[in-house]
Design a protein around this ligand. Structure first.
Ligand code: MGD
Ligand code: MGD
Ligand code: SF4
Ligand code: MO
Length: 703
């Protein structure tokens, strides 16, 4: 298809189709990015189902998104623009018109812009992963203004940077090829919760005889169903990877030809691995030495072997280097030679994405940047203060680490805060102006995934509820309001890119001329609403002959651009053997609950009932020491804060590590505080990532 045809088709997809079945895409931050079918009758959504024609979704949605209609038609949906009438954080608002809302925002932002454009900051993440309702128009607005730059690091930037440093990009094996592996290592990943369609395929592999290993500090739902489970201490994965490399080398299981032809830096990497003998690794990770031996032997002798790495293992000080050390394993063992061999953390780098957010609108301006994972400190800084914050697609008061600081920042009376939301979240409570946004059923979008290689379209199924407007429309209209205030003072605001339609944004989000989108990729997309792209070629192992995305096409065991070229084995910021461990001896991890999606379903009654009250899993030995029994209220605390949960004494938690599922809303948690009361704003080794699972606490019974 040529570019005019593509644009015309995209345009057609932006219009309501009317009653019947509407093709859609799940917008959530989840590797599966499901293809959905929405049934509409009399302009109302009756069912939300998976699309059986999509190879990975296969007709099934997770429990939460099957309830999407319940979320969309929830009685608490925001349906009118609101203006704050109470104290910051009280959540008291009065309705205003859209015109009034835009006038207030534009007046305030224009005044701040005249003093310092970079005092205005967006705060957004992946509430929707759509290219249009994500940064498509919002990014253009902030880039044109020259507003502060948000470093979007809260989830995957350590892993993403780790991949870039060794593979050149966020690429890996085809997740749909994992199915054919004989040995599958599920590493820092809990697919039953967070990658359920891959789990369905792994179950089939298991039935076909594949052996499953889990590497996870805690017996997650997935780890419990694996044949083997290594419950290492959080933050020790790099040491385990070096330990496996040590044994591959010691027992002559290296693929020397592969290493010689398609990699660089192996010698230095293997020299380091030689120092990580199994005993040293066992002590570092606090695991039995036999487990390392058995895993390494299986890893070196089974073909094909796949590693499903996920983001759980990179939320610690050494997260990026741990990813590099693990990605080194398939290169050492030559597993990349096979389609079902290798490793995958993300597939997002395969798709030829363009910058729909239009950073070029910045021109020569270089505004300051703010790391979203340290938003608490950033809001409290007195130097170069943030004076206006526009929040969309995120709920930072609930999800960002170190909640006490985040709340204090949001509570600043002199901070002007605008929130675009579906609901009155913990963050919305702090808004000066609260704007009602549409959900995926009410707007158009185009999606790529980070857990498979398909593009998907989302057609609006129904009219927006009440006065809700889409993010793209809101930022387009805010542009008009700002133009009225600033005239020609901000020339960039007059750029035509800020008037682009949703279809134009979608069109500009991808490089349709790239080989990956050639052939019938686009035609299939418009026919089915989803389409697998053409590169990497389906059924062909992408790195069998190198072809990594690095400048020389080789896998980089070392990266000479770094002060320490080798992946380092790092201690956590909250070091389990450090000074603070004396007062706070337990490591806490807070991975996602199965029936929540970050904080996104925290207010849906049926799902809250399924998930239950916030709880803490604790090993019987740790519980006994503290006189804690199951069902008791306990306080989790450290120097940053505290929160209260119900104890569940269980050997699913290992000794020394407690587990509290997240992310609950503060306002629905006992004492009004969720698990981010104790997490820290410290960042990862590379990529500036958040370190949610690098956290020491103590736990005590509440009388
Ligand atoms: N149902 C549901 N699905 C989701 C989400 C959700 O909230 N709910 N969130 C979505 C998002 S935003 C993301 S990023 C993904 C996250 O999903 P995953 O990438 O799977 O990551 P987590 O669930 O954070 O952690 C996975 C496992 O890693 C373990 N882990 C923790 N620390 C370590 C460590 O140091 N080493 C190792 N080896 N393992 C460790 C945890 O115990 C957990 O069982 O899921 C997405 N999907
Ligand atoms: N303790 C702890 N904290 C964590 C994590 C953890 O494992 N433990 N995980 C972290 C991770 S991996 C991530 S990715 C972050 C996620 O944190 P966030 O990106 O903030 O994700 P959500 O909590 O799902 O909040 C997304 C918000 O966007 C809104 N939204 C959705 N679609 C739209 C839309 O179209 N328009 C507008 N305006 N709003 C929309 C939703 O209503 C929701 O309130 O949380 C992090 N926080
Ligand atoms: S949250 Fe994940 S599994 Fe659930 S419907 Fe969306 S993409 Fe599919
Ligand atoms: Mo995430």
């Amino acid at each position: 298809m040529d570019s005019t045809e593509i644009l015309a088709e995209l345009e057609r997809w932006t219009h309501l189709k009317g009653d019947g079945i509407v093709q859609a895409a799940c917008p959530h931050d989840c590797p599966d990015t499901c293809a959905m079918r929405i049934t509409v009758a009399d302009g109302k959504v009756t069912t939300v189902k998976g699309d059986a024609t999509h190879s990975l979704t296969a007709g099934v949605l997770c429990t939460k998104v099957s309830r999407y209609a319940e979320r969309t038609y929830h009685p608490d949906r925001l349906t009118m623009p609101l203006k704050r009438i109470g104290k910051k954080g009280d959540g008291k608002f009065a309705p205003i018109s859209w015109d009034e809302a835009y006038a207030i925002i534009a007046h305030k932002l224009a005044a701040l812009w005249r003093k310092n454009p970079a005092s205005i900051l967006p705060y957004s993440y992946a509430g929707t992963m759509g290219q249009v309702q994500g940064e498509g128009m919002a990014g253009r607005f902030f880039h044109a203004l020259g507003a502060g730059i948000l470093e979007r690091t809260i989830c995957s930037s350590a892993g993403g940077k780790g991949l870039e440093l060794c593979m050149g990009k966020a690429v890996g094996m085809d997740t749909e090829a994992v199915r054919g592996a004989k040995l599958i290592v599920i590493w820092g990943s809990n697919p039953i919760t967070s990658n359920v369609h891959l789990w369905a395929q792994i179950q089939q592999s298991k039935r076909d005889g594949a052996i499953l290993w889990a590497i996870d500090p805690f017996a997650s739902d997935s780890a419990e169903k694996c044949h083997h489970h290594i419950a290492l201490r959080p933050g020790t994965d790099a040491a385990l990877a070096y330990g496996i490399a040590h044994i591959l080398q010691r027992d002559e299981m290296l693929d020397k030809d592969y290493i010689a032809l398609y990699t660089r830096g192996a010698e230095e990497f293997l020299r380091e691995a030689a120092l990580w003998n199994p005993d040293r690794v066992a002590a570092w990770c606090d695991i039995p030495v036999e487990q390392i031996e058995v895993l390494a032997r299986a890893y070196g002798t089974t073909k094909p072997t796949a590693i499903r790495l996920n983001y759980g293992m990179q939320r610690v000080a050494g997260g990026a280097d741990a990813v590099r050390a693990i990605m080194a394993l398939p290169a050492l063992a030559g597993h990349w030679r096979e389609l079902s061999g290798g490793a995958v953390l993300s597939t997002s780098g395969w798709i030829p994405k363009m910058d729909a957010s239009r950073q070029d609108l910045l021109g020569a301006r270089k505004p300051r940047s703010v790391n979203m994972s340290a938003i608490g400190d950033a809001l409290l800084a007195t130097q170069n203060p943030i004076e206006a914050l526009i929040v969309y697609n995120s709920n930072p008061v609930a999800v960002a680490p170190d909640s006490n600081k985040v709340r204090a920042g949001f509570a600043r009376e002199d901070l002007f805060t605008v929130v675009l939301e579906h609901f009155q979240t913990d963050t919305a409570d702090y808004a000066d102006i609260l704007l009602p946004a549409t959900t995926q059923l009410e707007h158009f979008d185009i999606h790529r995934a980070y857990g498979h290689m398909h593009l998907l379209l989302n057609r609006p199924a129904i009219e927006p509820l009440g006065q809700a407007r889409s993010n793209s429309r809101i930022f387009r209209e805010l542009t008009q309001a700002m133009r009225a205030q600033l005239g020609n003072e901000c020339a960039e605001l007059n750029h035509a890119a800020l008037d682009a339609s949703d279809a134009q944004i979608a069109n500009e989000a991808f490089d349709w001329n790239n080989v990956a989108l050639q052939g019938d990729t686009a035609a299939k997309l418009f026919e089915h609403g989803h389409s697998r792209y053409a590169a990497p070629v389906e059924g062909v192992p992408p790195f069998a002959q190198g072809n990594f995305k690095t400048p020389d096409g080789k896998f980089w065991f070392t990266n000479e651009n770094l002060p320490e070229p080798l992946p380092q084995v790092r201690r956590n910021h909250d070091d389990w053997e450090g000074e603070s461990a004396k007062k706070f001896p337990l490591q806490v991890i807070s991975p996602p609950a199965r029936h929540l999606l970050n904080s996104s379903f925290g207010n849906v009654a049926s799902l809250r009932a399924l998930v239950g009250e916030p709880a803490l899993m604790m090993h019987p030995l740790d519980a006994k020491k503290r006189g804690i029994a199951s069902g008791q209220s306990v306080r989790i605390f450290n120097e940053r804060g505290s929160h209260v949960v119900t104890a569940e004494v269980t050997a699913r938690a290992r000794v020394g590590v407690v587990v509290a599922y997240g992310v609950y809303w503060h306002k629905y948690s006992p004492g009004g505080m969720n698990g981010n009361a104790v997490t820290s704003q410290a960042l990862t080794d590379h990529g500036g990532g958040a370190t949610f699972y690098d956290c020491l606490v103590e736990v005590e019974a509440v009388s």
